[in-house]
Design a protein around this ligand. Structure first.
Ligand code: SF4
Ligand code: SF4
Length: 402
C-alpha cells in the first residue's frame, strides 16, 4: 500500500461515498463498463527529449506551460476519491521537466486508498539528489517506470537521442544503489532494429539489480507514423525469441524472474481465453489540455471529454458515460464479426486485438489489430519436441504464472 494520511482523506471519502461518486461508480458499472482503476495523468506536455517514435508527439519543454500544480492536485484528489481507483500514474511529456513534479508525486503518494503510484519517466534528468528524495519518501506503492530501447547506446540512442543511454544507465544505478531496484520497471518498445537485444537487456538489468522489464510492440502512430527510422519487429523475430525461450533454460529462468515480453506472454496465454482484450475505461488517460480519454491507446477525439482541469469530475464522467458505453459493444462486435479472425488459432486469446492500436494504424475500429501478423506467427508456432517444454500449458506450469 501507499503512504496513508488518516483524518481528512477518510472524511472526504465518506462524503463522496454517500453522494455523487458512489452513484457514479454504480452508473459506470450499469453502462457495462469496468470502472476506472488505473488513471494516467499528463503533468506537462513538454519533454527534454525528442524521440523519433514518441506516441504523444511531445514538444520541447519550455515551449508549452506545465499544468499548474494546484490544478493537478485537484484532479488527483478527485480521482483518488472515486471508488475503484487503485493507481494513479503521473506522466508527460517528461514529468521531471515540471517544476513541481516531486511535490505532486509526494501529494499523490499521500492519498489514502491508493495501492500504487507510478512515475513514468525517461530518467535522463534523474539526479542523485532526486533518487535520495524518492527513497526517503518510503512509499511502498511507488513504481518508477523508466524507458530504455536497447542494451547498447547505439541501439537506444538511435531512437531517444545521443547520450540518453548513458544517462539512463546512471539513473538505474542510482536507483538500485538506493535500494529501489524492486520498485523500478524498465519499459522497452519493440522495434525491428532493437528486438534482438531484448535477451541482452534482461541480463544487463539483472546485473544492475533492476527487477522488471516490460516490452510492447511499437505503435505506428504519433511520431512513429511519419518516420522511416523505426519499424515494428518482423514475425521471424518473434519466433526467434520463442525458440530461445524454449531452448535456453538460463534465459527462460531469467525471463520468468524479470520479463514480460508480448510474444512470450501470448504464447503462454494462447490456451486461455482473453477476458480482457480491451480494458475500455479501466485505464483512462487525461492529456495535458485536461481532456479525458477512455484509454491511452484510444486518443480519439470523438471519445474525449474536455474540462477535467476545471470542472467537477462527476460532471465530466457523466458526460463521458454515454459516449464510452458504446465501447464494450464495439469490442464484442469486433470479436464476432472480423472475418480474418474466424479461422485463426489465436482467436480465443486475441479476438481481433486492441481497438486503440487498430484505430491508430488504420483509422477504422472494424479491422484486425496492427500486430495481427506477429500474433499469428506466435499462435501457430510450436516448440520443437526436443528443445524443452512443448506446449503453452507446460511452459506456463514449468515457469509459473507471474
Ligand atoms: S521521452 Fe517519452 S514523451 Fe519524451 S519524446 Fe521520448 S517518448 Fe516522447
Ligand atoms: S491474430 Fe489476427 S486473425 Fe488472429 S484473432 Fe488476432 S487479429 Fe484476428
Amino acid at each position: 500500500m501507499c503512504c496513508f494520511t488518516a483524518g481528512v482523506d477518510r472524511q472526504e471519502r465518506r462524503i463522496f461515498m454517500n453522494g455523487g461518486m458512489m452513484d457514479l461508480h454504480r452508473l459506470i458499472a450499469r453502462a457495462g463498463l469496468r470502472p476506472p482503476r488505473v488513471v494516467t495523468i499528463v503533468v506537462t506536455k513538454g519533454c527534454n527529449l525528442s524521440c523519433v517514435h514518441c506516441w504523444t508527439e511531445s514538444p520541447a519543454h519550455g515551449t508549452v506551460p506545465p499544468v499548474p500544480v494546484d490544478t493537478l492536485k485537484r484532479v488527483i484528489r478527485a480521482f483518488s476519491l472515486l471508488p475503484g481507483v487503485e493507481e494513479i500514474w503521473l506522466t508527460g511529456g517528461e514529468p521531471l521537466t515540471h517544476p513541481d513534479w516531486f511535490e505532486l508525486l509526494s501529494f499523490t503518494c499521500r492519498r489514502s486508498g491508493l495501492k500504487g503510484v507510478r512515475l513514468q519517466t525517461n530518467a535522463t534528468l534523474l539526479t542523485g539528489a532526486h533518487v535520495e528524495a524518492l527513497a526517503s519518501m518510503e512509499c511502498r506503492g511507488l513504481t518508477v517506470q523508466v524507458s530504455l530501447e536497447g542494451a547498447t547506446a547505439r541501439t537506444n540512442d538511435r531512437v531517444r537521442g545521443e547520450g540518453s543511454f548513458e544517462r539512463v544507465l546512471q539513473a538505474l544505478k542510482l536507483l538500485a544503489r538506493a535500494g529501489m531496484g524492486p520498485q523500478v520497471v524498465v519499459e522497452f518498445t519493440e522495434m525491428e532494429h532493437n528486438f534482438g537485444e531484448l535477451p541482452d537487456l534482461l541480463f544487463l538489468l539483472k546485473g544492475l539489480r533492476i527487477e522488471r522489464l516490460v516490452s510492447g510492440t511499437l505503435v505506428q502512430g504519433g511520431r512513429a507514423a511519419g518516420t522511416p527510422q523505426v519499424a515494428p519487429p518482423r514475425p521471424t523475430q518473434y519466433v526467434e525469441i520463442l525458440d530461445l525461450y524454449c531452448s535456453d533454460p538460463r534465459f527462460r529462468s531469467l525471463y520468468q524472474r524479470l520479463g514480460n515480453i508480448a510474444a512470450i506472454e501470448w504464447f503462454r496465454g494462447k490456451a486461455f481465453p482473453a477476458s480482457r482484450v480491451c480494458t475500455c475505461v479501466e485505464r483512462p488517460y487525461i492529456n495535458g489540455d485536461g481532456k479525458i480519454y477512455p484509454c491511452l491507446m484510444l486518443p480519439v477525439d470523438g471519445l474525449a471529454v474536455p474540462g477535467v482541469h476545471h470542472r467537477p469530475l462527476e460532471e465530466v464522467l457523466m458526460e463521458a458515460l454515454p459516449i464510452w458505453a458504446e465501447l464494450p459493444r464495439l469490442s464484442r462486435r469486433r470479436s464476432l464479426e472480423l472475418k480474418a479472425c474466424r479461422d485463426c488459432p489465436g482467436r480465443r486469446h486475441c479476438a481481433g486485438g486492441c481497438m486503440g492500436r487498430t484505430y491508430a494504424a488504420t483509422g477504422d475500429f472494424m479491422n484486425v489489430e496492427d500486430r495481427c501478423e506477429l500474433r499469428r506467427a506466435v499462435y501457430t508456432w510450436e516448440a520443437p519436441q526436443k528443445s524443452g517444454p512443448a506446449t503453452p500449458r507446460q511452459l506456463t506450469e514449468s515457469g509459473g504464472q507471474r
